[in-house]
Design a protein around this ligand. Structure first.
Ligand SMILES: Cc1ncc(COP(=O)(O)O)c(C=O)c1O
Length: 366
């Protein structure tokens, strides 16, 4: 085995190096245009992303979190309403629900897919339930058929959180085009990442799109006329122009991620990425009872890993007021204790994956 490799958790070498000239040209065009907010780059990227995702409308925003908050507001979700969300979701999902004053109703995930467990939803639906937040975690989509059936049965809205699943699909329909409304984050480390903060809301409903446009821009459609209390959450021209360049490569990068996941699967005898063929493998997550020691072992040999996420939202200090305690969501807690995310990004070679897997197998055989 080759020793002393340095494999970071994420590297942009294989993503930005090849398209550097295109990115620089796009940035330079924006600088020279002398128009930096809500100009032609934003409009163009909205058109391109809407079309890529099969959504009629796309509204650029400043981040995935803002996209979730505005999406909830577009659906008039507020104090007194309940929103169902996975207990192991990223904190932003919980924060968005809290920010609009609604009640977070955590549902345990399936330990097979890490997404909301369809069989545990119905028992938590009440007359106050307004929506299900479908967070497509790690690049794999939720069971949308089952969610749509439940949503129809109880007249609920579905908000898709597409932050980790750009390009994934379900029954040939792209993520972020299935629910009533969806938020996508373009945080730099996402499959499609900006070079700063950015996000987008997508929907097939023109009224929701109009509301989102107003809400992202001070509640205004006509300058200095403010119809509702809005946000400053605009997708700037620079990020939009850079995202337009990168969007062209997303499918190619996603295919590379799937290939890497397959290499991991073959060597580790793991099947996660094979659960759904359209998984875009944002995170390759393994479980280990000796997770912390395994992470140290890998780190000691130059392999950086991350944990998505070490503390589940219900045990975060921010949610102390909800009075949850350890043991309330045992699956989310176990995932927080045992999950380990391995490097996965375009540019990793098969021999890098051999190196990482040999280290894991060596650790497991002790
Ligand atoms: C599942 C999920 N939802 C929401 C977000 C929030 O996105 P942002 O960081 O752009 O606000 C993220 C990104 O980190 C995420 O992974």
């Amino acid at each position: 085995m080759m020793k002393n490799r340095k494999i970071p958790y994420l590297s942009f070498d294989g993503i930005h190096d090849e398209i550097e000239e295109e990115l620089i040209r796009a940035a330079s065009d924006v600088i020279k245009s002398k128009w930096y907010i809500h100009g032609k780059s934003c409009l163009q990227f909205e058109k391109e992303y809407g079309s890529y995702s099969g959504s009629d409308y796309a509204v650029g925003v400043n981040s995935g979190l803002d996209g979730l908050i505005i999406s909830l507001q577009c659906l008039n979700i507020r104090k007194g309403d309940e929103v169902l969300v996975a207990s192991n979701a990223y904190i932003a999902c919980w924060n968005a629900i809290a920010r609009v004053g609604a009640t977070i109703v955590p549902i345990e995930p399936s330990s097979r897919t890490y997404n909301i467990d369809i069989n545990k939803i119905e028992e938590r639906i009440t007359s106050k339930t307004k929506a299900i937040m479908a967070v497509h975690l790690y690049g794999q989509m939720c069971d949308m058929d089952a969610l749509i059936n439940l949503a129809k049965k109880y007249q609920l809205s579905i908000i898709e959180d597409n932050a980790q699943s750009q390009g994934a699909s379900y029954n040939h329909q792209k993520s972020s085009s299935i629910g009533q409304i969806s938020s996508t984050s373009f945080y730099p480390g996402k499959n499609l990442g900006a070079l700063g903060d950015a996000g987008i809301i997508t929907t097939n409903n023109s009224e929701l799109a109009e509301k989102a446009k107003k809400l992202r821009n001070y509640g205004s459609s006509v300058k200095y006329v403010n119809e509702v209390i809005g946000h400053n959450s605009r997708l700037d021209e620079m990020q939009a122009a850079l995202l337009s360049v990168k969007l062209k490569y997303l499918d190619q990068w996603n295919a590379q991620r799937r290939e890497i996941a397959q290499w991991y699967n073959e060597r580790l005898g793991h099947e996660w990425a094979a659960i759904h063929p359209s998984n875009v493998c944002h995170v390759y997550c393994i479980q280990s009872e000796a997770r912390n020691e395994l992470q140290k072992h890998l780190n000691g040999h130059g392999v950086q890993t991350l944990i998505h996420y070490p503390i589940p939202p219900h045990l975060q200090q921010a949610y102390e007021h909800l009075n949850y305690k350890k043991g309330d969501f045992p699956i989310a807690e176990r995932l927080a204790e045992q999950s380990l995310s391995l490097p996965i990004y375009p540019g990793l070679s098969e021999s890098d994956i051999d190196y990482i897997c040999d280290l894991i197998l060596e650790f497991n055989s002790k």
